[in-house]
Design a protein around this ligand. Sequence first.
Ligand SMILES: Nc1ncnc2c1ncn2[C@@H]1O[C@H](COP(=O)(O)OP(=O)(O)OP(=O)(O)O)[C@@H](O)[C@H]1O
Length: 300
Amino acid sequence: MSSTATTPVIDVERLNVEYGGFHAVKDLSFQVQRGELYALLGTNGAGKTSTLETVEGHRAASSGTVRVFGQTPRDRAAVRPRTGIMLQESGFSPDLTVKESVRLIGRLTQRTDRVERLLDIVALTSKAGTKVSQLSGGEKRRLDFATAVYGAPELVFLDEPTTGLDIQSRDALWDEVGRLREDGSTIVLTTHYLEEAQQRADRIGLMHQGVFHREGTVSELTRTLPATVRFSLPPSAPDLPLPATRESDGTFLVETTSLQKDLHVLLNWAQDRVVELGELQAGPTRLDDVFRSIGSEQNA
Ligand SMILES: Nc1ncnc2c1ncn2[C@@H]1O[C@H](COP(=O)(O)OP(=O)(O)OP(=O)(O)O)[C@@H](O)[C@H]1O
């Protein structure tokens, strides 16, 4: 591969963000490659917004380097036309209509698109002439998304994009993200909905107190923690074939790093001894568990 092909879309080297004496982001380094969906996740106050604002060019780093498309994001003229941004708080003028707001983004970014196409994606066609101030919270989020993906930018930042959206809107949003990715766009996502990140992210940076607690693919992050099997047993059940702990609600919990094998052992045992496993649930480690481990590792 040529060096251009391997140049990351985002390259952050030893980024520090300080507010007065408070060190919010500490020597953070990461890269996002072209076409990746990278999720920046973390506990409250971890430093995600501070990091994103710096990468988006809205905030100067205290030290370290940030490159977007190989250039400094502070050079708005170079980076803005190639970037779509959906912030947590929209900055629309309340007096503009939905259609005018989308058009304005076209002028600001110098990208072209069909306003009708975008309004259709976010189901705001019937609200095209409505003022932004008269939209519901979810409709404003959808308008934010429409403007972020206007003109299919090469890089799209989605800051908690699905907060407050109904299921139809979420599905439509992820469909459009899928289309953008097919065309090679790079997506940076923050969300507190861990399932979304687990399903969709290629890689995750999990921040805590200004540093990465973990970084990697979903399976790299979850691999270090056991999967779980839960079930209840009738009172007279024989001894279990593998170690389990009894929870306060009477159910049994098996923690395992070999989910398939141990589940097989358990099911065979139940079949042979005609034992009914009630409320049986088996599942791989979830990102929630990785998040919870942040607190327990600290307390250990
Ligand atoms: N302007 C500021 N002045 C002083 N401290 C700040 C400022 N902005 C953020 N901080 C602090 O820096 C830390 C990181 O904040 P940041 O908003 O980057 O976190 P976050 O990961 O986005 O959190 P959340 O998930 O709660 O939105 C927090 O402790 C916050 O209180």
